[in-house]
Design a protein. Structure first.
Lengths: 195, 297
């Protein structure tokens, strides 16, 4: 579902006034991105499901205190998500890695394709693990959750330029790790105009 | 939220997108579960907001007392003018009376007729029917909150009876929908307890009865569905808050950190279950206060 910023602000306003259906629409829009971000951080799908749900329950609690003031709602919500994940990681007893995540491949994929896909997924997981924590989080927020640089900056409590720098270095590191051909033009673009 | 832009090669972007889809996307069932729980919580909060708003003194009560009028009303009116005004008032009363059917309050003369009408419009599809019955139970819960805030004992009694009927219908749910019904009924407990803490002593017994009826239904549903609230369903992750443990009634996925919160606040400690009372008695009036409308307190 794609809704513009104005529609999101309207939904947020209605949800603040206690309209459950408006909050349901916000849930529909943001649950996938929040889940992907949380799943990338905590690894285990059952934990990700619980935590993503908890993010929205906390959002319900905190919504009356939310004031737009130029802060995008997505950034505010992902800041909540980030805090929920941090609390979880601090208190959990066992450590899990991205490798434990359940894979959902296409139904029509054959054994060979599945093996190739699995290898690729493992390579990406390994490459992600070799990033610094901040670089990895920038990638998770920008690519997995689909946030804008501004929203990611709000979520991480950093400047927008810092996020772009983290993303730039993370991409360069991922390309090295994954053996993707370096393209000087693209790298040049990477440091240029982005949203 | 937008695409990350041209900072990365297409091959890397595709690879990351594939990784997100294959390893990070939520399952449809998990999304449905989370949505149901979150919506339940949103509705519960709305009930609480409605209750809190009702606690605020009304504008008329807080308004300054106006100085008494010196002239008596209608003293300057002729008999003809008075009779015209009376006729208009009678007509207006009739009009209001006909529209009252749709909005008849709990305990009113048309309340039971409205409940019967709701029953007749229940959908035939099993899943949709459970959702409609949950919405009906929530409507009754909203009426309980409203009646208690007005201190209207008649309305409170009628809405409590109707509520017990509504959750009684939900108690017959089986299969996967039983877990959903159980979550809904379990989440009502916090609202009922809040109301019970505010009403006069004479109204307590009805609320205690409704709470006990809710416990009975939750017990029944926990045996009917595939999952048990907070029980962990054999995966070793369930918390210790079992059925009827207040806010801890969950969707069977609660973990040791108390993060499994299916529509209710996370319970970290088991709470005392209230003493059992007999299950609700069948009452006169409509057999099933059903309907297809959503709860709109």
């Amino acid at each position: 579902m794609t809704i513009d910023d104005e529609a999101i602000e309207r939904l947020v306003g209605a949800a603040r006034n206690g309209d459950p259906e408006a909050f349901g629409a916000l849930f529909d829009h943001y649950h996938g991105p929040v889940y992907r971000y949380v799943a990338a951080r905590v690894g285990r799908p059952s934990d990700a499901e619980d935590l993503a749900q908890l993010v929205f329950v906390k959002a319900l609690e905190a919504l009356p205190r939310y004031e737009s003031r130029g802060v995008p709602f997505g950034g505010w919500l992902f800041r909540l998500a980030r805090n929920v994940v941090i609390d979880h990681v601090r208190t959990r007893r066992e450590h899990t890695t991205l490798d434990l995540i359940v894979e959902r491949s296409g139904d029509d994929a054959g054994p060979d394709e599945l093996a190739v896909l699995r290898q690729e997924m493992d390579n990406v997981a390994t490459a992600l693990r070799r990033l610094t924590p901040e670089q990895r989080e920038a990638i998770e927020l920008r690519f997995f959750a689909g946030l804008s640089a501004r929203e990611a900056a709000e979520a991480m409590g950093r400047q927008e330029g810092t996020i772009r720098g983290l993303q730039f270095r993370a991409i360069a590191a991922l390309r090295r790790e994954l053996g993707l051909a370096s393209d000087s033009d693209e790298l040049g673009r990477a440091s240029g105009t982005t949203r | 939220m937008q695409a990350p832009g041209p900072q990365t090669s297409e091959s890397l972007e595709r690879m990351l997108a594939r990784y997100a889809r294959v390893r990070l996307d939520p399952s449809p069932a998990g999304t449905r579960r989370a949505r149901a729980a979150v919506m339940e919580e949103a509705r519960r909060r709305r009930f609480e907001l409605a209750g809190a708003a009702a606690d605020v003194p009304s504008v008329s009560a807080a308004a300054p007392v106006l100085a008494p009028r010196r002239r008596l009303p209608f003293t300057g009116w002729s008999m003809r003018r008075l009779s015209s005004a009376l006729s208009a008032a009678v007509l207006a009363g009739l009009l209001v009376g006909t529209t009252a059917f749709a909005t008849s309050r709990a305990g009113g003369p048309l309340y039971e007729a409205r409940l019967a009408l709701e029953t007749l419009t229940l959908p035939s599809d099993a899943a949709a029917r459970v959702e409609a019955e949950i919405a009906i139970a929530q409507s009754r819960l909203a009426e309980i909150v409203e009646a208690s805030s007005r201190d209207d004992q008649g309305a409170l009694s009628a809405s409590l009876t109707a509520y017990e009927h509504a959750i009684g219908s939900l108690g017959a749910t089986t299969g996967e929908a039983a877990a959903r019904a159980m979550e809904a009924v379990a989440s009502h407990r916090a609202v009922l307890e809040r109301v019970a803490g505010k009403v006069p002593q004479r109204a307590r017994s009805g609320l205690d009865h409704a709470l006990a009826a809710g416990d009975t239904v939750v017990d029944k549903l926990s045996g009917a569905g595939d999952r048990k609230p907070g029980g962990g369903a054999g995966n070793g992750k369930g918390n210790e808050n079992g059925v009827g443990s207040g806010n801890g009634a969950g969707n069977g996925k609660g973990n040791e950190n108390g993060v499994g919160t299916p529509g209710v606040t996370p319970a970290t400690e088991p709470t005392q279950k209230p003493a059992r009372t007999p299950p609700p008695k069948p009452t006169k009036g409509p057999v099933d206060p059903g309907g297809s409308g959503k709860a709109t307190p």
